[in-house]
Design a protein around this ligand. Structure first.
Ligand SMILES: Nc1ncnc2c1ncn2[C@@H]1O[C@H](COP(=O)(O)OP(=O)(O)OP(=O)(O)O)[C@@H](O)[C@H]1O
Length: 303
């Protein structure tokens, strides 16, 4: 596959009896923001560690730019690890310069880049502070700066948004967008699905070590069954439960959300709703990423 693409190709990994990853396959294209989502323990961190070479895969391959990821290509990856990896007693500026130098950036350029990211991420007043004295959110900003300071060709970020305030979320989002716009493939994991839906070009959903859905949010949601929100204030609880081809997704107050099996006529649902009294709303829509995620991670969860 193409230049500048990060490919995860049938990667499998076991920890004893636990199958953490089972032939995980997806790619992140140049300039793309890719959201990697899944429940706790689904395999996101394990996948990212394998991309970085922190862990070895039992089978499968990770490629970048058409070739296997080697020690050399790994230095071109910017990584924000879940366990975070800063030196607590080192000052912010020194730390960033040090990390850039470790990635082979010449001293003057390392300083310039560290100062640039410090300013961009709103850390100017903290640049001489020890990392351990920063708030968690500010440590997270330093961690992002650490992933960016060597001007990487790929970004792999494990839950970069966790613990950030809304302003920092905006800054982080802008930085990731900008980085992608320069042609860098960016993959990040997150449990904040509204953010993933807003930000990402494509999304991969992992469940129990397997990719169960992958595509743009529009592709994933348009392929899903149509839903209808019905507002029928006089209806009694459970009014839609027995309608053929209808699955009740949610029932809150006056609103009922139903999902229609293929071939089910929405006018039958409308007629049933009108039979209960007035209908104040009847809206067809595709599920949100959050709704889709719930279905993807719960359906056949025992398989
Ligand atoms: N070092 C390890 N030793 C044993 N089992 C492990 C190890 N690392 C991960 N696992 C197991 O592998 C599976 C995948 O874990 P992983 O950390 O990749 O999930 P995750 O999707 O990142 O979860 P979270 O959203 O909670 O961070 C889990 O069952 C986990 O318990």
């Amino acid at each position: 596959m193409g230049e500048g693409t990060l490919e995860i190709d049938r990667v499998s990994k076991r920890f004893g009896d636990v199958v953490a990853l089972d032939a995980v396959t997806f790619d992140v294209r140049p300039g793309e923001l890719f959201g990697f989502v899944g429940s706790n323990g689904a395999g996101k961190t394990t996948t990212m560690r394998i991309v970085l070479g922190v862990l070895a895969a039992d089978a499968g391959e990770v490629r970048f730019d058409g070739g296997p990821v080697t020690h050399e290509t790994r230095t071109r990856i910017g990584y924000l690890p879940e366990e975070r990896g800063l030196y607590p007693k080192m000052r912010v500026l020194d730390q960033l310069v040090y990390l850039a130098r470790l990635h082979g950036v010449p001293a003057i350029e390392a300083h310039r880049s560290a100062e640039l990211w410090i300013e961009r991420l709103g850390l100017t007043e903290r640049r001489r502070d020890e990392v351990q004295k920063l708030s968690l959110g500010n440590q997270q900003r330093v961690q992002l700066a650490a992933a960016l300071v060597h001007d990487p060709d790929v970004l792999v970020l494990d839950e970069p948004f966790s613990g950030l305030d809304p302003i920092a979320v905006d800054v982080m989002s802008d930085v990731l967008r900008e980085k992608a716009a320069t042609g860098v493939p960016v993959v990040f994991s997150s449990h904040q699905l509204d953010l993933v839906e807003r930000l990402c070009d494509r999304v991969g959903i992992i469940r129990s070590g397997r990719i169960v859905a992958c595509g743009s949010v529009a592709e994933l949601t348009s392929g899903a069954a149509v839903r209808i929100t019905v507002r029928a204030p006089a209806a009694t609880y459970g009014w839609a439960a027995a309608l053929p081809g209808v699955r009740v997704v949610a029932e809150n107050g006056d609103d009922t959300v139903v999902e229609l099996a293929p071939g089910t006529d929405d006018q039958d649902v409308l007629a049933a709703a009108l039979a209960t009294g007035p209908v104040r709303e009847f809206t067809r829509h595709h599920p949100s990423l959050t709704e889709l995620f719930r279905s993807a991670v719960t359906e056949g969860a025992d398989t």
